[in-house]
Design a protein around this ligand. Structure first.
Ligand code: CDP
Length: 248
């Protein structure tokens, strides 16, 4: 698969992994996987495997970073060197700095920062395996980990990308679709009271028409609502089990 133009991504109306155009990859969510974090989550979205640790609200160091009227949210997206085919050099790079920034901004839409002046809420995100859409997988996990940490929030963030491949819009692109496709649009939605309130993140590589863009937003919204239900189920299942254990 060397030449972009020679790669067919849709064969007989199906994607390379057999999915329908509007189908998500399988998602697995486990809440509270790390003992030492205040909140945590392990999430798989297709072949993406990510783990998130949340600390706080806690005192901010260095102190000059404190905000006297609200909490400071910090988000660190980090890719393990072994998470991608070609070993990634450890440490931050332009891509991880950009992803950390836009993801933090998305989460700031839901965290009730004004309740915790001078404090910090730290979200550490580790990508163990990446297969396109890792920023969306990380945001889905981060949102759950924040709930697990008991951070007061106005709602949830649910995130998914839409790509254009072989002239068709497809939900939740995997690596081949991301790499050889014509456009890639990661979305994150702020969901409050079981409905979408606003778009908290939207990025775009490539080109789509106005009609395609409108269709992509609808596809992403539908996908995000399905992810939101899974996030809620994962959170509920942790606390239902814990409360049953307490009774015993
Ligand atoms: O992962 P996401 O789609 O949010 O970000 P991207 O920059 O569009 O990267 C797409 C995919 O390219 C990643 O998920 C990885 O599978 C792959 N990638 C890689 O192989 N090596 C890197 N240094 C960065 C990304």
């Amino acid at each position: 698969m060397s030449n972009k133009d020679e790669v067919r991504l849709i064969v007989d109306g199906k994607r390379l992994d057999g999915r329908a155009f509007d189908e998500l990859r399988p998602i697995k969510i486990k809440v509270g996987v790390l003992k030492r974090a205040d909140g945590s989550c392990y999430l798989e979205m297709g072949k993406n495997k990510v783990v998130v640790a949340v600390y706080g609200p806690r005192e901010v160091h260095p102190r000059h970073l404190q905000d006297p009227v609200k909490a400071v949210v910090r988000y660190r997206y980090n890719m393990a060197p072994f998470s991608v085919e070609e070993r990634k050099r450890p440490g931050p790079d332009r891509r991880s700095v950009e992803i950390s920034k836009v993801s933090r901004e998305a989460l700031e839409a839901i965290v009730m920062k004004e309740l915790f002046p001078r404090s910090g809420i730290d979200v550490f995100v580790e990508v163990l395996q990446a297969d396109a859409g890792s920023r969306t997988a990380c945001l889905n996990a981060a949102s759950v980990a924040l709930v697990d940490a008991g951070v007061p929030m106005k709602g949830m963030i649910s995130s998914v990308a839409v790509a254009k491949v072989d002239g068709e819009l497809v939900l939740d692109p995997m690596k081949e679709e991301d790499f050889y496709g014509e456009a890639d649009m990661p979305f994150a939605f702020f969901i409050r009271n079981d409905r979408i309130e606003s778009i908290a993140l939207l990025q775009m590589d490539g080109r789509v028409t106005k009609d395609e863009f409108i269709k992509a937003v609808k596809m992403a919204k539908d996908g995000a609502m399905r992810i939101y239900k899974m996030q809620k189920e994962a959170i509920k299942s942790k606390y239902v089990v814990e409360s049953e254990e307490e009774v015993d």
